[in-house]
Design a protein around this ligand. Structure first.
Ligand SMILES: Cc1cc2nc3c(=O)[nH]c(=O)nc-3n(C[C@H](O)[C@H](O)[C@H](O)COP(=O)(O)OP(=O)(O)OC[C@H]3O[C@@H](n4cnc5c(N)ncnc54)[C@H](O)[C@@H]3O)c2cc1C
Length: 424
């Protein structure tokens, strides 16, 4: 493969998008002997994968699109800084997505999404074990489990059915009293009434470093990285495609994989595939001197946000804002996370805090697209991992590499096919 790409070059496999998903795919294929060029308009890991909560959330098998979410919408939307908000000017644009979301929430559709999420999440940690062992990056995944914490007995009761449902899906859960939680995590305050311990989940101490070092491992295996923005993707007769970068450079590839996260809609559309991809924007507040020493991610049941201990401090992350790719951030949504954390961790400090917003790539049925472009030989898609892109990246990479190589993947990939949306 030509590594110093200039003018029109030809490569074997071209992966567009160096977030956690694209980088994991590039590394997976390179490690299997393919010759791979990874392209991103920024350095690897500067998109949504930069600032997530770092939770390998294998327990999250209930799709966001469910009747509970729909029924709670009127109450949630009343608070502009609450866990979910819509920029009302964006409502007309996102209405079709919301209608599909409502359809996906119908019980039989939600059950189908749930089964497909379980299939991916159930293989997540094992596939990361393989990936991180191969690349020497195991220190970036900590297997300490995770907690969900409640602040009232009524919340414990309200979530009891969901706990049983999750258990029936094979999710391991231990019920904890407030005192047991404080024994486990001494910085938790008296406000905490009880919780759930998920022993089989894990977290990353630095999701950005995970992508950056994965990209480094990929390059040390012989893979190439090129910084440039793909403006045009055209299919090439006989298979593969050609991309045109913003600066005019052209690259022809025997095989193209589109993994551009929340920005994938327009590239797919250039080939004629209309996907209802939108973004659920999320925020984080990073506390470098938090004055707290928790040892695993903690999800607040009532406040819908996550606190994760990372090597650079305590990360408070979450919230969903439906406002598209172009509206400016509303960093009040990040700031409010501190107030929530202070209610749970009485000693927490926000000294030196930094704020961030990222674009979750979300499809209305809470499932990603993983698989071939049905009408174009040797073009593949891997995007739309919504709240679970970190969790599902390694298994996505293995599945996609199997499809590329004509092997039967270890699970049924039909639920993730782009054709589920129709495009004609
Ligand atoms: C606040 C928050 C918390 C989260 N917490 C978690 C969590 O705890 N666990 C979890 O599993 N997931 C979590 N997520 C979701 C997770 O971060 C995403 O699902 C994941 O990062 C998506 O990865 P990606 O590679 O698809 O996209 P991205 O990381 O966004 O990568 C896409 C890349 O494509 C590039 N790109 C786009 N268009 C072009 C173009 N035309 N040409 C060249 N390059 C292009 C971008 O520059 C970018 O680098 C969270 C998200 C948010 C916002």
């Amino acid at each position: 493969m030509n590594k110093s790409v200039s003018g029109c070059s030809r490569v074997g496999t071209l992966v567009v998008g160096a977030g956690i998903v694209g980088t994991a795919i590039a590394e997976q294929l390179q490690s299997r002997g393919h010759s791979v060029l990874l392209v991103d308009r920024e350095a690897p890991g500067r998109g949504c994968s930069f600032g997530n909560a770092g939770h390998f959330a294998t327990d999250v098998v209930l799709p966001l699109a469910n009747m509970q979410t729909i029924l709670s919408l009127p109450k949630i939307l009343r608070d502009p800084l609450g866990p979910l908000s819509i920029r009302w000017s964006y409502l007309p644009k996102i209405l079709p997505w919301l209608m599909r979301f409502a359809l996906a929430a119908l019980p039989h559709n939600a059950r189908a999404s749930c089964n497909s999420l379980r299939a991916l999440n159930g293989r997540s940690i094992e596939s990361y074990d393989r990936l991180l062992t191969r690349t020497g990056l195991s220190e970036l995944m900590t297997k300490n489990g995770a907690l969900t914490i409640y602040e009232s007995e009524s919340s414990i009761a309200a979530n009891a059915n969901t706990v049983e449902l999750l258990r029936s899906f094979g999710v391991e859960i231990e019920l904890m009293s407030g005192d047991q939680l404080r024994e486990m995590e001494p910085d938790l305050g008296q406000q905490v009434a009880g919780g759930l311990f998920f022993p089989k989940t894990a977290h990353s101490i630095n999701p950005y470093r995970l992508v950056a070092e994965l990209a480094g491992a990929f390059q040390s295996q012989g893979g190439a990285f090129l910084q440039g923005e793909v403006c045009q993707l055209v299919a090439v007769e006989g298979g593969g495609g050609k991309v045109i970068l913003q600066d005019g450079r052209q690259i022809e590839a025997d095989r193209v994989i589109v993994a551009t996260g929340a920005w994938s809609k327009s590239l797919a559309a250039q080939l004629g595939y209309k996907v209802p991809l939108d973004t659920e924007r999320g925020y984080h507040l990073m506390l470098p001197q938090s004055n707290c020493a928790i040892s695993r991610p903690m999800v607040s049941f009532e406040r819908s946000f996550v606190m994760t201990p990372m090597e650079e401090g305590l990360r408070l992350a979450g919230t969903v804002e439906l406002a598209g790719l172009d509206a400016p951030p509303n960093y009040q949504r990040a700031d409010v996370l501190y107030q929530h954390a202070a209610a749970l961790l009485p000693n927490v400090s926000r000294e030196g805090a930094t704020r961030w917003m990222g674009f979750r790539p979300s499809l209305p049925d809470s499932l990603p697209v993983i698989g071939p472009a049905p009408n174009h030989k040797e073009i593949y898609f891997a995007f739309g991992h919504q709240h679970l892109g970190l969790t599902q990246a390694a298994i996505t990479a293995e599945l996609l590499a199997d499809l590329v190589e004509g092997k039967t993947p270890e699970l049924d990939v039909n639920p993730y096919a782009i054709s589920r949306f129709g495009w004609l």
